[in-house]
Design a protein around this ligand. Structure first.
Ligand SMILES: Nc1ncnc2c1ncn2[C@@H]1O[C@H](COP(=O)(O)OP(=O)(O)OP(=O)(O)O)[C@@H](O)[C@H]1O
Ligand SMILES: [Mg+2]
Length: 326
């Protein structure tokens, strides 16, 4: 069964059982997820440095590498692969999640390093996912930051939509922007699929998609309008859930002012066709300091704290921190 068939063949009871946790229920901590459709756009680099900056502002932060196929957050943080990783946790060699946390050389910042064994990860079941999300409650943290992998696998989408804040990383290139839209569209359908009301609209979604979610050429706004014309109360219930989607966009590797402004166009297009807001947080310029720091296995903020990209990053974190704590 392919990933996309998976999307539409799931039963509503399965959905209710598999992912019934809203992370925003954590009263004492916030979860931020860094994702986006395309590989190599700077998700891990941004995630690492956002985590470092939040920690330097005095919050207790745990960064978690959830790139299930290519974990490398430890390198962006300037750490070696620790003795225990998510592989041990998902394979039940380590039962308590606290035992796979490692301190980093940054004050207030710890790391849960990504799985190194892809076999165990390919078999990550929804029950593993649920247990993992429940266990996050026990972490001693003000912020938990997820680094997600590329693509639109269900695991990646689920981790992204379950967070309090979703940060999308993109590049000012058509392919990357296209993938960002695809990722957001997949988040929309996955969110509907996981909602308690899915069984009321599943027939409609299947009809529109002719059985395959990727066949849907209609925009989320059009799909919602179709639902509204059939049953207004379901529409409003779903809308309430979709309104909780809290997303920000970072344009990475910007080389010119016109590229920087692209973020505002994406913001407008999302409002018009997706019906939920994606706030453009700002840009991080293309800066050799980024790859130079990664090459020597150090974080940007540690190796080049006074670089242009480091100041931009600090500004973005401070903006996001203020928006989310207001
Ligand atoms: N602002 C930037 N300026 C210069 N180079 C950058 C910048 N951001 C990222 N890079 C380069 O892009 C590479 C890929 O970044 P990173 O590994 O963070 O991407 P990713 O989105 O996490 O990729 P994957 O999807 O494979 O996990 C980095 O090794 C770095 O060299
Ligand atoms: Mg990465």
């Amino acid at each position: 069964m392919t990933q996309h068939e998976n999307f539409t063949s799931i039963s509503s009871t399965e959905i209710l059982n598999q992912f019934n946790l809203k992370l925003s229920l954590f009263e004492d901590k916030k979860v931020w997820a860094v994702g986006g459709g395309k590989g190599g756009v700077g998700k891990s680099f941004l995630c690492a440095n956002i985590a470092i900056e939040l920690a330097s502002l005095g919050s207790k932060v745990v960064a978690i590498d959830l790139d299930l196929g290519g974990a490398n957050l430890h390198t962006c943080l300037g750490q070696k692969i620790p003795e225990h990783t998510l592989s041990d946790y998902f394979n039940k060699k380590v039962l308590n999640i606290k035992n796979i946390i490692t301190p980093t050389n940054h004050e207030n910042l710890s790391l849960i390093s990504g799985a190194q064994d892809e076999l165990g990860i390919a078999n990550l079941k929804s029950s593993n996912k649920n247990d993992f999300l429940h266990d996050l409650k026990n972490l001693d943290a003000d912020y938990i930051i997820f680094d997600l992998g590329a693509g639109t696998s269900l695991n990646t989408l689920d981790f992204f939509i379950s967070a309090d804040v979703g940060i999308l990383a993109t590049l000012p290139e058509p392919t990357s922007i296209e993938n960002t839209y695809r990722f957001l569209k997949s988040c929309f359908f996955r969110k509907i699929q996981l909602s308690e009301n899915y069984h009321k609209v599943s027939h409609l979604i299947k009809k529109i998609s002719q059985g395959k979610i990727t066949n849907i050429s209609a925009s989320p706004v059009e799909v919602m309008n179709e639902i509204k014309s059939i049953d207004e109360s379901i529409y409003y219930e779903l809308k309430l859930e979709l309104d909780k989607m809290n997303y920000y966009l970072i344009m990475n590797q910007v080389r010119s002012f016109s590229e920087e402004k692209l973020g505002f166009s994406i913001e407008k297009i999302c409002k018009k066709y997706f019906g939920f807001s994606v706030n453009y947080l700002g840009q991080v310029s293309y800066d050799p300091a980024v790859w130079q720091s990664i090459r020597v296995k150090k974080s940007l903020l540690q190796r080049y704290p006074n670089s242009n990209s480091a100041s931009e990053l600090k500004e973005l974190v401070s903006k996001l921190y203020q928006k989310e704590t207001m």
